[in-house]
Design a protein around this ligand. Structure first.
Ligand code: CO8
Length: 258
C-alpha cells in the first residue's frame, strides 16, 4: 500500500514507521504524501485511539527533508514546498484529533525534528540526536521549526540551536523539555506504547477537545480561553461524558471505547 511506510495496528494503537533506512528515513515528497494519507486514515478509524510515529532501523528517526529533491529549487518552488508540507503533514499532525506520539529512535534533524515537534508527545531513545541544521545548508527550518522549537524550549535555546545548526543529545533534549522521556533504544516502543495505553483509558472525544483547546493557545487571533470554554461545554453533549460521570458515581471504571 505504501512505498515508504510500514503501518501496524496493535489494539487501538496505530504505529506508522517511516521506512527509507538507506536514506536515513529522509522525507521525500512521496513519503510526505504517504504520511498524510496514513495519518488521515488512522485519524478517521474508530479502532484507533493513539498514533505512534517512528523511523525504521536503529540509527535514524528522520534525517530531514530529502536534500537531493530540493537542491535546485527556485524561490517559488521552495516556498511552495514548505507551504504544502506544513499544510498536509506538519500542521495536519498537530491538529489530528488523536494523540500522536513521536518515538524518536535516532537522528531527528531538520524536517525530522520538525516532524517530531508537531507530534503531541515525544519519547526518545538514548542514542537520539536532535538539531535543525538548515542554516548550514543556506536555508531555514521550513516545516514549522522556527515556531515550534521556540514554543517548546523557549526562544533563547531555540535561537542557539537554529543559529549554530548544532545537534543535541537525547539527555540534553530531556533537560530542555524538547522530549518527555529518554529510554534505551530497545525500550523505546514499549515506553511509547505504555503512554498510549494510559491515554487509551480515557475519553477519546474529551482528548480531541483537549487537543483543540491546547492548540488554540498557539493560533493567531484565537482566544484559547474562549476555545476551552466552548470545548468544555461541548463535552456535556457526549456519550463519553455520560459514561465517565456515571462510572464515577457507580464506583466503577468507565468504558469509553466499545
Ligand atoms: N536527505 C537526503 N539524503 C540523506 C539525508 C537527507 N536529509 N540525510 C542522510 N541522507 C542519505 C545520505 O546522502 C546517504 O546516502 P548515500 O549513501 O546514497 O550517500 C545516506 O543517507 C546515509 O547518510 P550518511 O552516509 O551521511 O550517514 P552518516 O552516519 O555519515 O551521517 C548524518 C549521518 C549526520 C545524519 C548525515 O547523513 C547528515 O548530516 N544528513 C543530513 C542532515 C540534514 O542536514 N538534515 C536537514 C535537511 S534540510 C531540512 O530538513 C529542511 C526542512 C525544511 C524544509 C522546508 C521545505 C523547503
Amino acid at each position: 500500500m505504501y512505498n515508504n511506510l510500514l503501518v501496524a495496528q496493535k489494539g487501538q494503537i496505530n504505529t506508522i514507521t517511516i521506512n527509507r533506512p538507506k536514506q536515513l528515513n529522509a522525507l521525500n515528497k512521496e513519503t510526505i504524501e504517504e504520511l498524510h494519507k496514513a495519518i488521515q486514515m488512522a485519524d478517521q478509524d474508530s479502532n484507533t485511539g493513539v498514533i505512534i510515529l517512528t523511523g525504521s532501523g536503529e540509527k535514524s528517526f528522520v534525517a530531514g527533508a530529502d536534500i537531493k529533491e530540493f537542491a535546485d529549487f527556485t524561490i517559488a518552488q521552495g516556498g511552495e514546498l514548505a507551504q504544502k508540507g506544513q499544510e498536509i503533514l506538519f500542521s495536519f499532525i498537530e491538529n489530528c484529533s488523536k494523540p500522536v506520539i513521536a518515538a524518536v529512535n535516532g537522528f531527528a534533524l531538520g524536517g525530522g525534528l520538525e516532524l517530531a515537534m508537531c507530534a503531541h508527545i515525544r519519547v526518545a531513545s538514548s542514542n537520539a540526536r536532535m538539531g535543525l541544521p538548515e542554516v548550514g545548508l543556506g536555508v531555514i527550518p521550513g516545516y514549522g521549526g522556527t515556531q515550534r522549537l521556540a514554543q517548546l524550549v523557549g526562544r533563547g535555546k531555540a535561537n542557539e540551536l537554529v543559529f549554530t545548526a548544532g545537534m543535541i543529545k537525547a539527555d540534553e533534549a530531556l533537560t530542555w523539555g524538547l522530549v518527555n522521556h529518554v529510554v534505551e533504544l530497545g525500550e523505546l516502543m514499549a515506553k511509547a506504547e505504555e503512554i498510549a495505553g494510559r491515554i487509551l483509558n480515557n475519553s477519546g472525544t474529551a482528548i480531541a477537545s483537549a487537543i483543540r483547546a491546547v492548540n488554540a493557545n498557539y493560533m493567531d487571533s484565537v482566544n484559547g480561553y474562549d476555545v476551552e470554554i466552548e470545548e468544555f461545554g461541548k463535552c456535556f453533549g457526549t456519550a463519553d461524558f455520560k459514561e465517565g460521570t456515571t462510572a464515577f458515581l457507580e464506583k466503577r471504571k468507565p468504558n469509553f471505547r466499545k
